[in-house]
Design a protein around this ligand. Structure first.
Ligand SMILES: NC(=O)c1ccc[n+]([C@@H]2O[C@H](COP(=O)([O-])OP(=O)(O)OC[C@H]3O[C@@H](n4cnc5c(N)ncnc54)[C@H](OP(=O)(O)O)[C@@H]3O)[C@@H](O)[C@H]2O)c1
Length: 276
């Protein structure tokens, strides 16, 4: 389906973007954020996305995009953005976490990271070490909330148990039409425990967009949306799930922001579930 004439009206959009509570933090974040792994778009797509209401931006020390995100933050105003980054699995020892955070803050050109996530678990480092450093960073105001990424139910439980105070607010994991394994246990666990699922690769790195899937096209034309918008709306149809598509282009970014502010019906979600 062609997307050009379905691009959202800018003035409409900022008002329509839906927000969800981040874990049990009391803070709301937008259900569509902006991913930056392999991001090569410069500051413009990020700037446009944020101005249209997708105010959560996700990066990681390992992506090599924190400096670009920092520039986009400067361009739009730091206070407009909920900034998420990640500490790598090789940096999970106590001192290494503190150092990695300082380095990320410098690259991002900011004083505070809103959500600091453990990128991957590292079985050779006790999670208590990592969480002790995360708590200290939070107490010092260097980070506001603690999250994890690619953690199983068991790893999430261990991380939670090793935090003396506060909570893990979010688990960033892959979730898209072709990777739905979290539906079995992680998603219900997180829903029950009030932990947000931040769905990465929500468009399956672009692969869900091709192919001859009549059901997506039928639904897209019924709602006057694009395939990408239908897929992202399906991802965020779970109450505790938000999505962070990545796009280098302003056009795709606008399209992705337009995946929020409306809802697929239960019947149409079922049709998609059956087709995948
Ligand atoms: N925690 C982790 O371990 C982990 C792992 C992977 C990803 N992530 C996070 O999740 C974010 C998103 O995941 P991802 O980058 O793997 O994949 P994705 O967002 O599912 O897909 C990105 C691909 O889809 C294309 N695309 C985006 N919007 C489109 C649209 N409306 N129409 C057509 N094509 C579109 C992009 O091309 P263009 O750029 O040309 O638009 C790009 O090729 C990452 O950037 C990162 O922040 C986290």
């Amino acid at each position: 389906m062609k997307s050009e004439n379905l691009l959202p009206d800018i003035s409409d959009l900022a008002l329509k973007m839906e927000e969800k509570e981040l874990g049990k933090s009391g803070i709301k974040v937008t259900e569509i954020g902006l991913g930056t792994w392999q991001y090569r778009g410069g500051i413009e797509p990020l700037k446009v996305g944020i101005e249209l209401g997708a105010t959560l931006v996700d990066t990681a020390e390992i992506y090599g995009t924190e400096d670009t995100v920092g520039k986009a933050l400067q361009a739009v105003g730091r206070q407009k953005v909920f900034l998420a980054t990640k500490v790598s699995a090789q940096h999970l020892r106590y001192q290494d976490v503190l150092k990695a955070c300082e380095n990320s803050l410098k690259r991002l050109n900011t004083d505070t990271i809103d959500l600091y996530q453990v990128h991957w678990a590292n079985p050779s480092v006790p999670i208590e070490d990592t969480m002790r450093a995360m708590s200290e960073l939070r107490d010092k105001g260097k980070i506001r909330f603690i999250g994890v990424s690619n953690f199983s139910v068991e790893q999430t439980q261990e991380a939670r148990a090793s935090l003396r105070k506060g909570e893990i607010v979010c688990n960033q994991v892959e979730y898209n039409l072709s990777e739905r394994s979290i539906e079995k246990d992680l998603m219900p666990y997180c829903a029950e425990q009030g932990i947000t699922i931040m769905a990465y690769s929500p468009l399956a790195r672009g692969h869900s967009l091709g192919g001859n899937k009549n059901v997506l096209d039928e639904i897209a034309s019924k709602y006057k949306k694009t395939r990408a918008q239908v897929i992202l709306n399906w991802v965020t149809s779970h109450e505790n799930t938000i999505a962070i598509p990545k796009s280098d282009s302003v056009e795709h970014t606008k399209e992705n922001v337009g995946a929020s502010g409306w809802r697929l019906s239960g019947e149409d979600i079922e049709k998609i579930n059956e087709a995948y």
